[in-house]
Design a protein around this ligand. Structure first.
Ligand code: RIB
Length: 299
């Protein structure tokens, strides 16, 4: 069965500089290499899901500038449905200057531009498409009311929802309650909840989202109200961790849409993220399904 995924989210043109180490405030350091490429958390997740074999629709906004053209070309070349992408004449396409050091760690600034103009009306335009999806994924690089509305539309039609609360932000209880799965990293979890207990089950409300926290080289930890567990990840040579969270969310969405049980879905998501960090860049570093399956078989 082919998974049907709708991503409501962002596109940014990534402007990445690779360097020995990240600069301290006030310091100038030399970059080794500068690369531009398609990015943005939403778009990265859409590209990864498509490469994993899903039928993907992207709902988002880009400007009428050349970066917006790159976005459209990227989605079309990946076979992603762009019927619900708005070209916004008033706002520039989002950009993300990124620094990556020799350990593969990164720092990112996002200037979200057109992404922030994505409206509830834009989501309504895609209602029929969302209604037919297996899974809807949202992140936080668009207006938070639009995030909540996308989740609401999906729940109207009993579509499984993944809320990737990245980049870190506080969210109202009413938005969290619309998610079936909440996928923060450790920092994002601390922003969402003032006190994070050792036992993550204590954060999960009855009927609230299942928590799936990514934990870098440890893999991922999950918790429901009554149960919890950890799924280790795969050992790989790390080149660039940028986009790893996006790869993970796409892997999770595709596996859940295909009906895999949670621990198996997380293992698939871990393998997708592990493959992603072995290459530079964000969208371009997203793996094909056969690569993910090969990694899972090797280990
Ligand atoms: O998650 C990685 C992404 O974060 C980058 O592609 C960048 O655009 C920012 O959105």
């Amino acid at each position: 069965m082919t998974a049907r995924i709708v991503v409501v989210g962002s596109f940014n043109m990534d402007l990445t500089t690779y360097m020995e180490r990240l600069p301290r405030p006030g310091e100038t350091v030399h970059g080794r290499k500068f690369v531009t490429g398609p990015g943005g958390k939403g778009s990265n997740q859409a590209v990864a899901a498509a490469r994993l074999g899903a039928t993907v629709t992207f709902v988002g906004r880009v400007g009428t500038d050349s970066f917006g053209d790159t976005a459209i070309q990227t989605w079309q070349s990946e076979g992603i449905n762009t019927a619900y992408v708005v070209r916004d004449p008033e706002n520039a396409t989002g950009v993300a200057p990124i620094w990556v050091d020799d350990e593969g760690e990164n720092s990112i600034v996002v200037a979200l531009g057109a992404n922030l103009a994505l409206s509830k009306g834009d989501v309504e335009a895609a209602r029929e498409e969302i209604a037919q999806a297996d899974v809807l994924i949202v992140q936080l690089e668009i207006d938070l009311d639009t995030v909540a509305h996308a989740l609401l539309v999906a729940k109207d039609h009993d579509v499984t929802t993944i809320l990737n609360p990245a980049p870190a932000a506080h969210l109202p209880e009413s938005t969290l309650a619309l998610a079936d799965f909440l996928t923060p990293n450790e920092t994002e979890l601390q922003t969402l909840y003032d006190d994070v207990p050792d036992d993550l089950r204590q954060l999960v409300q009855a009927g609230g989202p299942t928590l799936v926290m990514t934990a870098g080289s440890r893999g991922a930890v999950w918790a429901t109200e009554s149960d919890s567990g950890e799924v280790p990840t795969y050992k790989v040579d790390v080149v660039d961790t940028t986009g790893a969270g996006d790869a993970f969310n796409a892997g999770l969405a595709v596996a859940l849409a295909e009906g895999k049980p949670l621990a198996e879905a997380i293992a698939f998501a871990n393998a997708t993220a592990a493959m992603c960090v072995t290459r530079p860049g964000t969208a371009p570093s997203m793996p094909q399904r056969r690569e993910v399956e090969a990694l899972m078989q090797q280990t």
